[in-house]
Design a protein around this ligand. Sequence first.
Ligand code: ADP
Ligand code: MG
Length: 261
Amino acid sequence: MNAAVSPVLEARALSRRFGGYFAVAEMNLTVDKRSIHAVIGPNGAGKTTLFNLITGVLPPTMGDILVEGTQVAGSRPDRIARLGVVRTFQGVRLFPSMSALENVLVGRFCRTRGGYLAAFTRIPGKAGVTEAASRRRAEELLERVGLASRRHMRASELALADQRRLEIARALATDPQLLLLDEPVAGMNPVEVQEAGELFKSLRDEGITILLTEHHMSLVMAISDQITVMSYGRKIAEGTPEVIQRDPQVLAAYLGSEATS
Ligand SMILES: Nc1ncnc2c1ncn2[C@@H]1O[C@H](COP(=O)(O)OP(=O)(O)O)[C@@H](O)[C@H]1O
Ligand SMILES: [Mg+2]
């Protein structure tokens, strides 16, 4: 590993058991700053559970999670979010009856005021200086993800691909240092996938670290700096796209005939 690059996230021997089953088993993961790091693996491999552990949605059964060296295993999601670790969900979780702009403002207010409750009580109020600045920033972020013209539409009226973009804009509104994206391009058409890939690369180039799960292999191979492959809760391979594409264990466990043909 390049000693000049410090990790933003480290998981050590991280495990999570559900009943008698380890959904995540002794996972070690190092995510370098300013990288795009993909976690891939078949359905049920433990990718979403891993994200739930990292973001505090679930406590680990065992193991350490370090955000820039600070132990966060078992911490509440809001503490982890304050350290700049922010996620989107595999199923979109927006406020359906709020506009796109309001959804981003919620993310923004979470950063500036302390929580969703504060966000809800502030939005209908008179716009002060901070609110005006937040609104400008929210509009910039919507522009960034390609939703400027749809900013007044209700989240529920947006197409699925636009809802995913909106989730990313909302996450960006919290000024994350590590953005976790759980299957961010699922349901997108090829042009939308391409645009999303460009967005992820430009975010990385601006200094945001991205950890993503994705089944869209050509996207993963095109944009990732590092890939970790999971199967049955365990890491079975790790490396650059070039290395992973040639790893026989990966081909057997995951890519199967699609990759070997
Ligand atoms: N809350 C839960 N309770 C019980 N089992 C769970 C829970 N969440 C996930 N699992 C199980 O853990 C395994 C990994 O699931 P998941 O992390 O969603 O995998 P992936 O995201 O890679 O598809 C699956 O067998 C799943 O059924
Ligand atoms: Mg999942």
